[in-house]
Ligand binder design. Structure first.
Ligand SMILES: [Zn+2]
Length: 437
């Protein structure tokens, strides 16, 4: 049995495949070969739906097709160049009960947890009540087309998944000493996203005879204004409320009492800018940060055009149009043009009362009786939002225990996962599949 060695050999082989996003397809083909060898029951029993190179989609036929389940993950990983890696990031070195390597927790742990669960259940002779699909894109990290191919296939077949589970939250080990329990952060919603370019135009010219108010000076004034003013109001949204309430439940006093008293109130959102560190404000408001800029192409040229890119993450309380309207007004003051290059709204929120959400959280509780369930507003993006377009419930959570140090390994050096956590993740997905009807 693989479980006896904590699945470690099998998981290490997944990490040892350097499936760096946008690298040659031969790396992904080698990875698929490893999947076939390590999960022979999936290879023999599940139907592999051919949708081209960017996505692996398996179908495990259940007793019924009315309420299908889709378990998602991605095959690709971000590059592992630079940083202070203790070990070669693709060696999958085992040390102190952990496997170190790129992709260990983003998200080959999710891929392993789901495919191993299905493989074991097939071996045990279990037949699921409903059809189960495994969907693994090879280009999530670059927002590539893999997940869209899978979504379009479901649409073309007229299949409407009842529940989709993808990466997102995890089970976070007590990260504050006031916490009484570990918390399973169940991603229930993703913030919206936009890239907006602000462009300053002018006559240009030689830098030896500069006029006033050149494009870069106007951009500078605009950036400074945006940094100093509160452009987007902080408000309590339903998911932030649920998150504070959930976290309050696992705190000791007085935090427990405070969360109960203020958790759901707008007062907390109003006070937040004064008491919450700036990064924590992402929970209460739409955020904006400047990420790219360009001026002239030579040091002695006044540019005719200069631009800066702002990256926005919309709170579920805001619409993109409402935010753009505010920005357009400010841009006008500084004589800037505004161009939206990418935009999407916050995703719909998962219905806590749905049968699917309940089954997922019951499976977590069954696997981890001492873990609290905390709904979670996700600031970053996942492939899940694309599949959510056709699914009634979309949960972003890998039921895998991670420490705060391990969370810091995401897209950084020394990414790792505990061997014991891998076993529990498989167990949790097995429980979910057995409980799902
Ligand atoms: Zn990921």
């Amino acid at each position: 049995m693989k479980y006896e060695n904590g699945y470690v050999d099998s998981f290490r082989r997944l990490i040892q495949c350097p499936t760096v996003t946008e690298s040659g397809h031969e790396y992904f083909e080698a990875f698929h070969k490893v999947l076939d060898e390590e999960f022979p029951h999936v290879a023999a029993t599940c139907e592999k739906i051919e949708l081209g190179r960017d996505v692996l989609l398996y179908k495990w036929t259940g007793k019924d097709s009315a309420r299908p389940v889709v378990l998602m993950a991605h095959q690709d990983v971000v590059p592992a160049v630079g940083g202070d890696w203790k070990y070669d990031p693709f060696s999958a070195t085992v040390e102190d009960g952990k496997v170190y390597g790129r992709g260990a927790m983003d998200c080959k742990n999710t891929l392993f947890g789901t495919i191993q669960a299905v493989d074991e259940l097939i071996e045990e002779g279990f037949v699921p009540e409903q059809d189960v699909y495994l969907s693994y894109s090879d280009c999530e990290e670059t927002s590539g087309p893999g997940v869209e191919l899978a979504r379009d296939w479901f649409k073309a077949q007229g299949i409407k998944p009842c529940i989709v589970i993808d990466e997102g939250g995890a089970i976070i080990r007590k990260f504050m000493k006031n916490m009484t329990k570990d918390a399973c952060m169940v991603g229930i919603l993703e913030k919206g996203y936009a890239d907006v370019k602000f462009i300053a135009r002018g006559k240009g010219g030689h830098s030896s005879q500069p006029p006033k108010n050149t494009p870069i000076a106007r951009l500078g004034g605009f950036i400074n204004y945006c940094e100093k003013h509160t452009i987007f109001k902080s408000k309590m949204s339903a998911p932030s409320k649920a998150m504070i309430k959930g976290l309050g439940d696992v705190m000791t006093q007085p935090l427990k009492g405070l969360a109960k008293l203020f958790g759901g109130s707008c007062l907390l959102a109003k006070l937040a800018p004064k008491i919450v560190p700036s990064y924590g404000m992402a929970m209460y408001q739409t955020t904006m940060v400047f990420t790219m800029m360009q001026g002239a192409t030579a040091p002695n040229v006044i540019p005719q055009e200069a631009w800066v890119n702002a990256n926005l993450r919309f709170s579920p309380n805001d619409t993109s149009e409402k935010c753009f309207k505010k920005l357009r007004k400010i841009a006008k003051k500084f004589d800037l043009d505004m161009e939206v290059t990418k935009s999407r709204e916050a995703s719909p929120m998962v219905d806590f009362t749905s049968k699917e959400y309940k089954i997922f959280t019951e499976a977590v509780k069954k696997t981890y009786p001492d873990v609290a369930i905390v709904p979670y507003l996700m600031f970053g993006g996942t492939d899940c939002r694309t599949m959510q377009e056709i699914a009634s419930t979309a949960i972003r959570c890998t039921p895998c225990k991670l420490s705060t140090a391990q969370l810091g390994g995401m897209h950084a050096s020394n990414e790792s996962v505990d061997i014991s956590s891998l076993g529990e993740t498989v167990e949790c997905f097995k429980n979910f599949l057995k409980m799902y009807k």
